[in-house]
Structures are given as structure tokens and as C-alpha cells.
Write a protein that binds this ligand. Structure first.
Ligand code: FES
Length: 211
């Protein structure tokens, strides 16, 4: 038996997993300006992100987090918490899982969904900051529709998964975790999978024809 572990992760990802930065050690003594909690305890993936904000500048000055998630969720959120310091709330709101994966030097495809937890929690924390400060016009509405209630996965995330290469129901499950608990969302996911494959595949075909 080969006792060596096969590391499919970048050095930077391993470093952030071994020594995660900015973990929230003492929730009670941390006076955050905004807090976001996302995830589902059923599968152990829950994430909390808290931020401090320079109110005059609208800039994030500190970011801490804690999770019961997997290695990739830990490393992703660790690096995310570094990336957002010094960013405006607007800039931080639009950080995507892809930006995080890029900063980590790549994430295996089936692990991209783990990095989704951190940036979702960050957006919830930013909206919470707006809410606490009466800046209701700034709160970004979630335009996406939740398709899988158990795992809180939206149609937008399913579309992203298709764009990132998912072509089957199982691949959608692997990437987003949608449909992995009660399965009631399966029909909806299959319909969306078909829709997004047609939408993006058809577009690609048209582009090829016009080239
Ligand atoms: S609603 Fe999707 S698994 Fe339950």
C-alpha cells in the first residue's frame, strides 16, 4: 500500500489549510459591523464570516470566519479573508469563487463548490452591515432563485456549474451539492441543466459558425 498522500492541491492551498488565517476565536469579544452565516448543518458545511468596516470610507478593515467545512472551504475562506481587507464593500461583494480559486493557485474542479460557502457568507455579512446601518438601498437583492432548499443552491449556481463543465445530474451534485439530501429538487435541476446546456452550447455553436 502506498502510504504517501497524493496531494492534488497547490502549495498555497495547503499552506492556508495547515495555517488558516483570521479564524474567529472568540465570537463574544469580536464586535463585528456585519455578520453572515450560510450553509446547512445537515452535511456539516456551515460558514460564518464577520467583518469590520471603516464607515467613512466604506472599506473592509478586518475579516474573520469560522466553519465546519472541508479542507477546501477552510483554505478558500482563509485566503478570502486576506483578499478582502482594504477592499471597498462594493469590490468585496463581487469576489467570485473563481477569483478565490485563482488566488489559491487552482482548486480541483469538484472542490470549487466549497469556495462558494465563504463568498456567500461574505455577501451576507456585507448585506448585514448595510442593514444595521440603515443603508437599505445598498442591499443587493438575491436575484437568483433557490432551487435546492436543502443545500441552498440557486439556479445561478447551477448555471455556473454548467459553465464550469458539469453536464450531468451527478456532476451538478458533485459541484454544487444540490440534490444530495432529499432529492425533491431533481426534476427542477434536470430542467435547468437542459436549459443551460442549450443556452451556452447553442451560443458557442453560433460563435463557431460566425468565425
Ligand atoms: S431540495 Fe434539493 S436535496 Fe432537498
Amino acid at each position: 500500500m502506498n502510504s504517501k498522500m497524493d496531494w492534488a492541491y497547490s502549495e498555497k492551498l495547503k499552506e492556508h489549510f495547515m495555517n488558516p488565517h483570521n479564524i474567529l476565536e472568540d465570537e463574544d469579544s469580536y464586535h463585528e459591523d456585519g455578520k453572515g452565516i450560510v450553509g446547512n448543518m445537515k452535511c456539516g458545511d456551515q460558514m460564518m464570516v464577520v467583518i469590520k468596516v471603516d464607515k467613512a470610507k466604506g472599506v473592509i478593515t478586518d475579516c474573520k470566519w469560522k466553519t465546519y467545512g472541508c479542507a477546501s472551504a477552510i483554505a478558500s475562506t482563509s485566503i478570502l479573508s486576506e483578499m478582502v481587507k482594504g477592499m471597498t464593500l462594493e469590490e468585496a461583494y463581487y469576489i467570485s469563487p473563481k477569483d478565490i480559486a485563482k488566488e489559491l493557485g487552482g482548486l480541483p474542479g469538484h472542490k470549487i463548490h466549497c469556495s462558494v460557502l465563504g463568498d456567500k457568507a461574505l455577501r451576507a455579512a456585507i448585506n448585514d452591515y448595510y442593514q444595521r446601518n440603515g443603508m437599505l438601498d445598498k442591499i443587493k437583492k438575491q436575484e437568483a432563485r433557490v432551487v435546492c432548499q436543502c443545500m441552498n443552491v440557486t439556479d445561478k449556481e447551477i448555471e455556473d456549474a454548467v459553465l464550469e463543465g458539469a453536464r450531468t445530474y451527478i456532476e451538478i451534485q458533485e459541484r454544487t451539492k444540490a440534490g444530495t439530501v432529499c432529492g425533491q429538487c431533481k426534476e427542477d435541476i434536470l430542467r435547468l441543466l437542459d436549459k443551460y446546456k442549450k443556452k451556452h452550447f447553442a451560443e458557442a455553436k453560433q460563435k463557431n459558425l460566425s468565425n
